[in-house]
Design a protein around this ligand. Structure first.
Ligand code: HAM
Length: 420
């Protein structure tokens, strides 16, 4: 019988024995990033992973790569078009409109899997995880600073080297359209020199030509009009102010050619890139999307947000030595002894800072100790038939060679465990 395998570009994340350490890094990242979000008084929002396909066509954009060729969509049993979410922003706004909360301010965060039918490569998966922030209801100004502050806090918390936060301003929707027209006018005479991908972009979503990886197109673009000529001086002032105020905290660069792949942006946009990541070098992106809420049938709700690609981010971090102590509990009695297990339960309630790994399998003491060492345990607590009969336990230090193995009473075991 054919073996059933996982789908292309979809990873199983399981900590045990994964040489890349990706699962452990992701779990660690999720916890740390959540703590940073909470320290900014952001509230969590969880939306379903399935949505009406039209939500993404109307928000991310029918001409975007995501909707054009990357969306996982299918008809359900009722013949309704539904999609696995490719990103979180559209769902958040849909939820806020549906709950009639689109008249007030919100500071929100979310974390979870997203799906895009992309050609898998390093740092690009078909199922990946994002951690996102959306600040809703406040026009351009302070939210831009708060957003970059969150990005800097995250970059600095993990001491990322070789990374740059690129910022740009796409102006108003009108500025963006004028720039787009000027770009099309400039590129038209070069149409035949563009590769098929850029020619398609020129036709469907001209701003995306600025994202080209093709050297020849990049050369042509050197003389192209810049968004800088189309935006107000207040927009340029905002970029300068953000760069000046944060440059001693993070590496911030104004990049007038930065455009984002989703249609809903206007105004301030940003992306964080790392030279350590290869072709898929952007590990975080976001920007302002003041028109999205109204476009989805809600009120005018000026908003800004960002999302971190957790798998890409995980590639940039080293796991710190875990300072939490681990103790292995090895019960080597002939029969299953609930009394011994009860001691383990009691120990856990005495010191919640210790990880107590009760070895459940019925193997020899030698095998259990081998596993305890592999688990990076600091101590093994061993209870055999003899210890159980005499109400005692053995404490075996596994890391500190100068410490001696001790046989102690259960009461002393409790005191020892409390004091670790
Ligand atoms: P995005 O730039 O499409 O923005 O995605 C954000 C991040 O998700 C990227 O920088 C990248 O790290 C990661 N990512 C995207 N696609 C993949 C993939 N196939 N495999 C692995 N990682 C990937 C958004 O999604 C917007 N919703 C961000 C936002 C929130 N804008 C406003 N609010």
């Amino acid at each position: 019988m054919d073996k059933i395998k996982s789908l292309t570009g979809m990873l199983d994340l399981y900590d045990d024995g994964d040489k890349t350490n990706l699962p452990a890094k992701l779990f660690y990242l999720e916890k740390k990033i959540r703590d940073i979000f909470l320290s900014y008084k952001l509230n969590e929002i969880r939306t379903p992973i399935l949505e009406d396909t039209n939500l993404f066509i109307r928000s991310v954009g029918g001409a975007s790569d995501i909707v054009n060729k990357e969306i996982y969509s299918f008809n359900d049993r009722n013949d309704k078009g539904i999609a696995l979410r490719p990103e979180g922003t559209a769902s958040v706004i849909r939820a806020i409109i549906e709950k009639k909360l689109d008249q007030t301010n919100h500071k929100l965060w979310y974390m979870g899997p997203m799906w895009r039918y992309e050609r898998p490569q390093k740092g690009r998966y078909r199922q990946f995880n994002q951690a996102g922030v959306e600040i809703l209801g406040i026009p351009e100004g302070l939210p831009e600073f708060e957003m970059i502050s969150i990005v800097c806090s995250i970059v600095n918390e993990f001491k990322l080297q070789n990374c740059t936060i690129k910022i740009n301003h796409l102006g108003t929707q009108k500025n963006k359209e004028s720039f787009c027209n000027a770009l099309v006018k400039f590129l038209e005479p070069f149409k035949e020199s563009l590769d098929e991908k850029d020619r398609q972009r020129l036709k469907k979503n001209p701003l995306r030509v600025l994202d080209t990886k093709n050297n020849e197109t990049q050369n042509i673009l050197k003389d192209a009009p810049s968004i800088k000529e189309f935006i107000d001086s207040s927009a340029i002032d905002l970029l300068n102010s953000i760069q000046n105020n944060f440059s001693d905290i993070c590496n911030i660069e104004i990049d007038y050619s930065l455009v984002r792949g989703l249609d809903y942006y206007s105004g301030f946009v940003f992306e964080a890139v790392s030279s350590e990541l290869g072709a898929q070098d952007s590990f975080l992106g976001g920007g302002r999307y003041d028109q999205l809420c109204a476009k989805l049938g809600g009120k005018d709700l000026p908003s800004i947000g960002m999302a971190i690609g957790l798998e890409r981010f995980a590639e940039l971090i080293e796991l710190k030595d875990n300072s939490v102590k681990v103790v292995s509990f090895l019960c080597v009695t002939g029969n299953l002894e609930p009394k011994a297990y009860k001691i383990a339960h009691q120990l856990r309630s005495l010191n919640k800072d210790i990880i107590l790994d009760v070895h459940l399998s019925d193997t020899s003491l030698k095998a259990k100790l081998r596993k305890a060492n592999k688990n990076n345990s600091d101590y093994a607590i061993i209870i055999g038939d003899e210890e159980l009969k005499n109400n005692k336990a053995v404490i075996k230090p596994l890391k500190n060679e100068l410490e001696e193995q001790l046989t102690v009473s259960i009461d002393d075991l409790y005191s020892f465990f409390k004091s670790i």
